[in-house]
Write a protein that binds this ligand. Structure first.
Ligand SMILES: [Zn+2]
Ligand SMILES: [Zn+2]
Length: 371
């Protein structure tokens, strides 16, 4: 029997990958054959430099040497249709559902439809519409964390026929899979990542000093929003955008509903209530844990950043930043045509950094006055 299980690209990016189990209609399925022959654009396989240390991706060229120490170059394919293969029936008593932890890193594609910049105490909080994001699933957390070999990134997928095998399968199984496809399809299996492009409304804390602050504050706000607003955890997504070449990160809470659900507008309107609720979540953990636990900020879905969740750090930030948002300035839309033209790019590291800081603060691209 055939049926379709449509998922949005950002959900498919996490779930429709080799090694994960998909639950539907009382049965378990696994993703098996990926259909890459949909259209021209999807045949493209962009390469990314991946830094696990900074949880960051950067687009790069084939054969390029990674710019940062300890990073890897990973080829990716676009999220696409996939055949699911039946695995087994699920009994009614079965409560625990397996979901493979995956590492999804992201980057901004320097395009959005503008918005508002607020001051939240000291830091800036931006609310922008139509932010172009590229999300990259760089592999199964379980495989990456072993980190013994660079080929543990990505997923073993044959880019000729689309067949795949779990990234958590044994070395022997992976070797056999590789040999079979080299013989049958004539190409060596090089593990690939998956990418999806999304356009979404986002609230962001640009240039956060560290990952723990970014994840802890955003997760506390998201928990609080489920109490104050009419929403589920998954209605807003947390994305911490790292950079392969520097320490600071951009923290984004984005709305996965196409066209926007309006939740971020409500969140800004009821900011005081949301911050008050967030404070409760992080201050009063029923287990009085030291950093985070399943009774406060940890969920099954956010396993990939459990180690960065620190309720006490979140509490410190919430207390020092306060409960009010003060409008600071309008953020003009940013389109690719506003990118500096050839020869007008920043000429040195300091200029490049200044351009980044100005843009992180929501200012427009600088246009040089003629004289
Ligand atoms: Zn093949
Ligand atoms: Zn706790």
């Amino acid at each position: 029997m055939e049926f379709a299980l449509p998922r949005s690209p950002s959900v498919a990016l996490r779930e429709y990958v080799p090694g994960n189990l998909i639950y539907a209609n009382g049965n378990r399925f696994v993703a098996r054959r990926f259909h890459r022959d949909v259209d021209e654009q999807r045949i493209e396989m962009p390469n990314f430099e991946v830094s696990t240390e900074r949880q960051a991706v950067k687009e790069t060229n084939v054969g390029a040497t990674p710019s940062a120490l300890g990073s890897t170059v990973l080829q990716t394919i676009a999220v696409c249709d996939v055949d699911l293969v039946h695995q087994s029936h699920i009994s009614d008593e079965e409560e625990l559902r397996f979901q493979m932890g995956v590492a999804v890193y992201g980057l901004e594609r320097d395009q959005h439809n503008g918005g508002k910049a607020y001051a939240w105490g000291t830091p800036a909080l931006h609310h922008r519409r139509g932010v172009r994001l590229r999300l990259v699933n760089v592999g199964a957390s379980g495989a990456i964390e072993r980190q013994t070999r660079p080929d543990r990134f990505g997923y073993p997928v044959c880019t000729v026929c689309g067949q795949s095998v779990s990234p958590l399968s044994s070395d022997e199984q992976r070797r056999k899979f590789g040999e079979n496809h080299l013989e049958r399809c004539g190409r060596k299996i090089t593990p690939v990542g998956f990418y999806a492009d999304v356009v979404a409304d986002a609230l962001s804390l640009p240039a956060c000093t560290d990952r723990s602050t970014a994840y802890s504050v955003l997760e506390a706000i998201r928990f609080a929003a489920t109490q104050v607003l009419d929403m589920h955890m998954e209605d807003l997504q947390v994305l911490v955008v790292g950079h392969v070449d520097r320490e600071d990160v951009d923290a984004l809470l984005w709305d996965p509903m196409p066209g926007g659900s309006g939740l971020l507008d409500q969140l800004c309107e009821r900011f005081e209530e949301v911050v008050a609720a967030a404070r409760e979540v992080v201050e009063k953990c029923p287990s009085a844990c030291t950093s985070s636990c399943v009774d406060c900020l940890q969920t099954f879905r956010n396993a990939f950043y459990h180690k960065h969740l620190d309720r006490k750090l979140a509490l410190q930030c919430l207390d020092s930043w306060g409960r009010t948002l003060k409008f600071d300035h309008a953020i003009p839309a940013l389109h690719p045509s506003q990118e500096p033209s050839e020869g007008r790019h920043p000429v040195n590291e300091k200029e490049r950094r200044l351009r980044y800081l100005l843009r992180a603060a929501g200012f427009e691209e600088v246009t040089r006055a003629s004289n």
